[in-house]
Design a protein around this ligand. Structure first.
Ligand SMILES: [Zn+2]
Length: 110
């Protein structure tokens, strides 16, 4: 639930910068390593936005890849799971660099 509230907070922040009457859709980038269930997030989003400017807004969930720097081969690689091994060289010494959070990439308003 708190993730959905965070998204709503981002929407309200945007509204203080640029006033709008309502939100038509929210494009949300969800990192592959964020541990988010898209369907659960969608359900929570509908619940927390009820009666707000984002009531009825379409939630578009886009998957963002998890990325990591591998200390084994020095490459920048994509990770499917947190604590995954480097898909290139198999090393477990990888440092996650991205794909662990949520980001509103686009807000369609009127
Ligand atoms: Zn590697």
């Amino acid at each position: 639930m708190s993730l959905a509230e965070g998204v709503l907070q981002l929407v309200e922040d945007a509204r203080t910068r640029q006033p709008f009457a309502r939100v038509l859709s929210v494009h949300l980038e969800v990192g592959a390593l964020a541990g988010v269930e898209p369907e659960a997030l969608r359900f929570c989003f509908e619940a927390v936005t009820r009666g707000t400017v984002a009531d009825g807004a379409r939630l578009e969930i886009l998957a963002a890849p998890g990325t990591a720097a591998c200390l084994g081969c020095g490459g920048t690689v994509e990770l499917q799971a947190l604590y995954g091994d480097c898909p290139r060289c198999g090393s477990a010494q990888v440092q996650v660099t991205g794909g662990t959070g949520l980001r509103v990439s686009e807000l369609e308003v009127e």
